[in-house]
Design a protein around this ligand. Structure first.
Ligand code: FES
Ligand code: FES
Length: 974
């Protein structure tokens, strides 16, 4: 391959940027987006795909929206460019559209937001009175992975109304419903902020393009990485020729495994190690002699710019010996099946039974037995920000600072320290703004190891920013599982037992051990009484991308399997699908309910609180089932096929072991709250923690500075995944701030000479009850507590006003919910439109209902995508079939129903003081089961079943064809 690199002369352009005349020297081959971001520092413009599909990079050129990833910078010569930084009012306050985004909670991670704002700015200028459908159409070229679009559409309509000078429109209403509970939750006692839809403190910066994502950070002298990746799924590396790449001007180094520092060649450690794995393999920073999936990194180019690094990487020649590929999980354990790694005797990583009760007897007694094979496809999270990492060594102190777009700063630090053999205390990991994560960013990757290793070896900053194609090839995936289940039922439809097997495709390496398949099997019981259970789990090694948790982490497959079995059982027994569920629910008076399995936290699964029958009834009410059936019948007469489906789930979450918080009352009376173990990716954690702290401390939220995603102050942390942060870190904040409040009151009582029980903290001061003028501002209390040099502190007082607390939950908590989906199937095209969707859910105490609703709706859109659009297919050679957003479809605003209905049921968990449970994944977990059930309902006249996801249009078309739906007679009959 003879690829020449041409360097083009710089030229000068003049244009207007956000109203300012600007003149620049440019390299004409640089894209407009890179030019704005990296040369002009307008980092509010983001890249999410680099191929013109996601819309994140949208800017206005002469008032028209343009994809800056597809424009060259020279094209703006003589024109007017507006970026998100130019949308705020001249006094710096938010513009009308930006303010509407904050008011409607229309942003989460904020990564897609600049593109949404610029797109809508043009749209609203030309369409001052748009309909909801027109807004959806306008943003259908902008992908948001967080919000599910509903709030963005509402924000646009709200802004349009305000621009017209009309009153704010009223949007859909969420119903709240409290379940009687005698749990010890103390979160709402005297709450001013907890439980309220408080606007997010994170939003203003993100809305003005002032967020700071890793790729936005520019350090002088940085070297940029590009990785050379395997084009084969399984091959031996015979030779790497890097001469041509090394000769490219601006290239500093081209390294293979052999050139890495000898101390940095260890494989990455397994995050959740277990002796049960038979032949676990982990990534090396670069492959040494064998590659085991397409995209595995073989070499790295370090150059003065990313452009040069990418060009040079194309010149690296690799000579492979291609090896047989292990990819078909239906034959993966055959004795003659190719091995995923050439040095292992088997692809079987784990063979583990999950059993309780007498299954043989259950099946012997059964009046009915239902049997199904159920498959859930691979997919991945696709946050709009791909991965990115930047490392810098401080030569004077030896401190290595790593900025990483991740979820778990302390875990990242620990894994880097282990793999690099570097003093953990000298590594600081910062996770600044993160543009979505949803699971796969929760681990350390080989590329991060290489970047940190290079920074240590070279003593200069080193950066790598993943592009979308790499993300398709390399970020971890999930969901490939094959379930073979049998269900035994009595004559009334009560479950007697479940047995069968699950094969889980773990991909080439085991970064998270086996947590996903274990969560999957244990979550399959759902909210049902299953007296006997015997399911054998086999975990397979394959030549595909490793699998780790993706939003829901095993639970969507489990729920899909159990709910498919119940639908099949209902059909076989002639029962309504809702009725069979009613007959099998764990009843409220059975709680706490021991399922019989050991959960992923290593403890018996004990459902803590909730009312499963009531949750389902609430969802039925939201769905308006009777009205739907009438609608369905009317549509049917016009040969339109509507269907409705329901699905239940229980989600074990809030997993330990702990999370910490350190809170300080400063001399100026402000509160500094460090929750550095929590990586934040759009959930609004700073807001939630500030709400909890403000209520405990009696201060306003704006008196609190919250730090998340930074290892510098807290010694320990775990990270944000498995819907665990509000439980672990939220309670740590609650308790730490409670203790600090106690210290404040103690000191105030001493200083004011009154008994402790007479002191209250109100609006930033400690005062004597009933005597508001007898008070000490908090700043004064802090100054007293820090003492005077040389003097003794008063008796009974500790030094300072800092409290650190680590909260360890005594057990996991179990959220639950019921989802319904109403769909229309176009039998002419196979297209499924989700017309309505709703969920009744219970995540315990709700700290901020607006944020919970945002999380749930976003997770629902993820579930809709998983069910109807998203497929990471591989061919028989394990070559990926989708490497861009044109081949792999994410849901757009047009794929979502116009409104998602929601009811909160609140049964606080007795397992933690706040009574909270997780909420970030519940929307995804039942979606496939509900939607597929609805599709079957729509097509019930042909008795078509789908026991796999995704259900793509061609599959529907083929099944209908096989069922004779397109025969003349069938088409004539309504
Ligand atoms: S459309 Fe330009 S980055 Fe995606
Ligand atoms: S807020 Fe849209 S991608 Fe995160």
């Amino acid at each position: 391959m003879d690829q020449r690199i041409e360097f083009v002369e710089q030229r000068k352009i003049a244009f207007e940027l956000n109203g300012q005349a600007t003149t620049c020297d440019i390299d004409p081959r640089v894209t407009l987006g890179d030019f704005l971001r990296h040369q002009l520092g307008k980092t509010g413009t983001h890249y999410g795909c680099e191929h013109g599909v996601c819309g994140a990079c949208t800017v206005l050129v002469d008032g028209r929206s343009m994809r800056s990833c597809l424009q060259l910078c020279g094209q703006v010569d003589g024109r007017k460019v507006t970026t998100v930084e130019g949308l705020a009012n001249t006094d710096g306050s938010l513009g009308i559209l930006q303010q509407a985004f904050q008011d409607r909670h229309a942003l989460q991670c904020g990564y897609c937001t600049p593109g949404m704002l610029t797109t809508l700015t043009e749209f609203l200028r030309t369409n001052p009175g748009p309909s909801e459908v027109e807004v959806r159409d306008a943003i259908s070229g902008n992908i948001c992975r967080c919000t599910g679009y509903q709030a963005i559409v509402e924000a646009a309509l709200l802004a349009a109304a305000r621009m017209r000078g009309e009153p704010d429109p009223v949007f859909g209403v969420v119903t709240a419903h409290s379940i009687e509970s005698d749990s010890p939750s103390d979160s709402t006692v005297g709450a001013r902020y907890v439980g309220k839809p408080v606007k997010r403190t994170e939003d203003p910066a993100l809305l003005k393009g002032e967020g700071q994502f890793v790729d936005d950070i520019h350090l002088p002298g940085t070297l940029h990485c590009c990785f050379v990746r395997s084009s084969h799924a399984h091959a031996r590396i015979k030779h790497v020729d890097k001469q041509a790449a090394e000769a490219v001007p601006g290239v500093r180094h081209v390294w293979t495994f052999a050139e890495l520092d000898e101390a940095h060649r260890r494989p990455l450690p397994v995050l959740a190690p277990t002796h049960m794995l038979t032949e676990p393999r982990m990534w090396s920073p670069l492959a040494s002699d064998e590659v085991c999936y397409v995209g595995e990194a073989i070499a790295v180019v370090l150059a003065e710019s990313r452009y040069i690094a990418e060009d040079a990487a194309n010149l690296v020649q690799i000579d492979y010996e291609v090896l047989p590929v292990a990819s078909d999980i239906t034959k993966i354990f055959d004795p003659d099946a190719p091995r995923a790694h050439s040095d292992v005797p088997t692809n079987l990583l784990l063979d583990m039974p999950f059993a309780f009760g007498d299954v043989d007897s259950a099946f012997a007694r059964a009046a009915h037995v239902v049997k199904r094979e159920i498959f859930h496809h691979r997919g991945t999270a696709h946050p709009m920000e791909c991965r990115a990492t930047l490392a810098r060594l401080d030569g004077a102190t030896g401190e290595l600072t790593v900025w990483n777009s991740g979820q778990a700063p302390h875990l990242e630090r620990r894994l880097l320290a282990q793999a690099l053999g570097y003093d953990e205390a000298k590594i600081r990991v910062i996770m600044p703004d993160v543009g979505g994560a949803f699971g796969p960013k929760g681990i350390a990757y080989p590329e991060e190891l290489v970047v940190a290793s290079a920074a240590l070896k070279l003593g200069v900053p080193v950066k790598w920013t993943e592009d979308r194609r790499e993300h398709f090839l390399c970020i971890t995936q999930e969901r490939d599982q094959l379930w073979n289940l049998e269900m035994a039922l009595d004559k009334d439809g009560k479950i007697l037992g479940v047995r069968g097997s699950v094969v889980h495709d773990n991909g080439a390496y085991v970064p998270w051990g086996i947590v996903v398949p274990i969560i999957a099997v244990t979550s399959s019981l759902g909210p049902y009484v299953v007296p006997a259970f015997d399911v054998k789990l086999k975990v397979a090694s394959t030549n595909m991308v490793p699998t780790t948790p993706v939003r829901g982490a095993g639970r969507p497959k489990a729920v899909f399997a159990m709910e498919r079995m119940l639908d099949a059982a209902a059909d076989q027994l002639g029962l309504a699908r809702l009725e069979i569920r009613r007959r099998n629910f764990v009843q409220p008076d059975q709680l706490p309910y021991k399922t019989g399995l050991i959960f992923r936290d290593g403890s018996p699964m004990v459902y803590d609180s909730g009312d499963y029958p009531q949750t389902q009834e609430k969802a039925v009410e939201l769905a308006g089932l009777d009205a739907f059936r009438a609608r369905q019948e009317g549509a049917h007469a016009q040969q339109r096929y509507l269907g409705i489906g329901f699905a239940n789930y229980v989600e074990g979450c809030g997993l330990g072991p702990y999370e910490g918080a350190e809170v300080t009352l400063q001399n100026d009376g402000r509160i500094h709250l460090d929750v550095g173990g929590a990586g934040a990716q759009g959930q609004g954690m700073k807001t939630i923690f500030a709400q909890i702290a403000a209520d405990q401390l009696g201060v306003e939220m704006d008196a609190i500075t919250v730090v998340v995603g930074d290892t510098s102050r807290l010694a320990m942390g775990i990270g944000t995944f498995a819907s665990r942060i509000t439980v672990n870190a939220g309670n740590a904040v609650h308790i730490a701030c409670g203790k600090l409040a106690g210290k404040i009151r103690g000191l105030a009582a001493h200083a004011l000479r009154v008994p402790l029980d007479q002191i209250e903290i109100v609006r930033g001061a400690a005062r004597v009850r009933g005597q508001p003028d007898k008070a000490l501002p908090l700043g004064q209390i802090a100054r007293i507590s820090y003492g005077i040099a040389g003097f003794t502190l008063p008796d009974g007082l500790d030094a300072g006003m800092t409290v650190t607390h680590y909260f360890s939950p005594r057990a996991s908590v179990y959220a639950n919910g019921t989802a319904f989906a109403e769909v229309e199937v176009d039998i002419g095209t196979g297209y499924v439109k989700v017309l309505r969707y709703g969920v009744a859910h219970d995540c315990g105490t709700v700290i901020n209902p607006m944020l919970v609703e945002g999380q749930v709706i976003g997770a629902i859109s993820h579930g809709i995508g998983n069910t109807l659009l998203e497929r990471h297919g591989y061919d028989e050679n394990a070559q990926p079939l989708a490497t861009n957003f044109a081949e792999f479809l994410l849901p757009t605003a047009l794929d979502m129903p116009s409104h998602i209905e929601m009811a909160h049921l609140v049964s606080p968990s007795p397992n933690n003081p706040l009574g909270v449970k997780g909420a970030g994944e519940g929307g995804t977990i039942p979606a496939s089961a509900a939607i597929v059930s609805a599709i079957e309902d729509a097509l019930s006249r042909w008795s078509i079943r789908f026991d796999e996801t995704p259900v793509l249009p061609e599959m529907i078309f083929d099944r209908l064809h096989a069922a004779g739906a397109y025969s003349d007679a069938a088409l004539d009959t309504p």
